[in-house]
Design a protein around this ligand. Structure first.
Ligand SMILES: [Zn+2]
Length: 243
């Protein structure tokens, strides 16, 4: 079901967008999209700085796609405490000269697509996050059964972020994986990024929230959203709200 979301007081008409009632939500409904948007805006700001820096150094420029992921705690979301992201923003200039295709700072990571070389296929940011060693070959049709909880647990990117999260919050605090991706996770053949993220949540139960800015022309937006049924997807106009 698709309907127009009117948000009284903000003068926004956002359409079309699948409503939460039409999707199976795994993400806790305790937090509203506005809670997540506060964090997604900061994460996006960090990503833009890193992308612009990278583009300033690269000829030809890298493409527009970048993805930033960060594990945040339930208490940070509850209180709107973005001090960790402010810390990253404050110190980012110390790191930019060292940026490769992946940048990491504690429990935050930045990814660019890995372009194809010597006959190898291009790998998208979601695949790099979830299967960094490329253990599962990319195929025309998405083969969900190959992506197991064990495979995801062994991702060096996920495990190092989780380790940093545990150091800070211990074992009992619930974590939320926030992802800002310039393009909504794609549905392009051989990539299937939306299905890959959906599968990750289905087999691990991790809470995941995705923000995005644009839809790549080859992506079927509604198929993308449908593939991420258990993921909260925050619409870009909500991310732009200043509260
Ligand atoms: Zn993709």
């Amino acid at each position: 079901m698709v309907k127009t979301l009117n948000w009284p007081g903000f003068g926004l008409d956002i359409a079309p967008f699948p409503t939460t009632e039409s999707r199976t939500q795994v993400v806790d409904d305790f937090f509203s999209e506005v809670h997540y948007a506060l964090f997604l805006r900061k994460i996006k700001e960090i990503g833009k700085i890193l992308l612009d820096y990278k583009n300033g150094l690269s000829h030809p420029k890298v493409n527009n796609q970048y993805m930033v992921t960060c594990l945040v705690s339930s208490s940070e979301l509850k209180t709107g405490d973005t001090s960790f992201l402010e810390y990253v923003l404050f110190h980012i200039s110390e790191h930019v000269p060292k940026i490769e295709n992946i940048f990491e700072c504690d429990r935050l990571k930045f990814f660019l697509n890995k372009n194809h070389k010597k006959g190898k296929k291009c790998r998208h940011t979601e695949k790099i996050l979830l299967d960094p060693d490329n253990r599962i070959p990319q195929s025309e049709n998405f083969q969900a059964e190959h992506y197991t909880a064990e495979l995801f647990t062994e991702s060096e990117h996920l495990s190092s972020m989780q380790e940093e999260f545990r150091k800070k919050f211990g074992d009992n605090e619930k974590s939320y994986l926030l992802i800002f991706s310039h393009y909504v996770p794609c549905t392009i053949k051989h990539h299937h990024c939306a299905e890959l993220l959906g599968r990750y949540v289905d087999v691990t139960g991790q809470q995941v929230v995705v923000g995005y800015e644009k839809v790549f022309p080859e992506t079927d937006f509604f198929k993308s959203i449908d593939s991420m049924k258990a993921i909260k997807v925050v619409h870009p106009q909500i991310q732009r709200l200043r509260l």
